[in-house]
Design a protein around this ligand. Sequence first.
Ligand code: R5P
Length: 294
Amino acid sequence: MIIAAPDFSFERAGKIAINMGVDSIEIATRIFPNGEVLARIMDTSLVDGSDVLLFHPTYPETNYRLFLLFQSVEALKYYGAKKVMTVIPYLSYSRQDKRFLEGESLSLKLFLDILHNIGVDTLISFDVHNASALKKYAKMKVETLSLYNDIIRYVVESLIGDRKFILVAPDKGRLDTVKTLAKSFSCDYTYFIKERDRYTGEIVVKEADDIGKVETAIILDDEISSGGTMAKVAKRLKESGVDMIIAAAVHLLLVGNAVDRLYNAGISYIIGSNTVDNPYSTVEIEGKIASLFT
Ligand code: R5P
């Protein structure tokens, strides 16, 4: 097996390659003056007859990176890759898993169909927004890895220690995850009911239950994008007297002024993984990817 990665992620791919004891090849990327992009495998001699693990984060600059990903798979297949296994740590378009409004595109299905049609044999990703939609639409083999447990363990060991805490699901979509984790970390849990206006994006949240007297809370979500969901839930928790609130999520997109929004809502810490690279990404995925193959 060999690892391939675009230049913008090549250093990280190198860590996976070292962990696995295999070679890595760089895929150079360029943009033409008209905005079109081009991927080029820098050493095609290693590709022929090999299984290739293509490490290709698609966030930020999603649409640009996606087209490079499609080109990379096409070129790897052309130069004789036996199998192409693509790692997309944060699965783009995973939130558009249905046609919410009349006339919309079903982007998740489209994206997965493209990957299948260009020859991706296996898709590897982390904590996808809606696992059952992924299962329904993916025609290739899919491996999803989970980081929720690692993130909560990190928060407990480095920030909370022996203090009592509650796990909070910001909406019903995360309730099962939080319930399972509460059992393994022997803590209480609760959840919020969230409604989003599909035209304006405006969110309204309310407690599903009375949370009682709690000093420390971890709000856990699959992703933080604009920070709107976490900020709204944090404000309600603050009003109920919670002192320390930690915003934890696997994918920290942190779009625009999300970080300020979270701190202004009373959140003390932001913790996540490096499925998306940023200063708050403390839990690393490189070792997990390598361990799939060693
Ligand atoms: C949606 O249901 C997801 O699980 C997250 O709650 C959502 O994507 C977070 O987005 P934002 O940070 O923009 O509220």
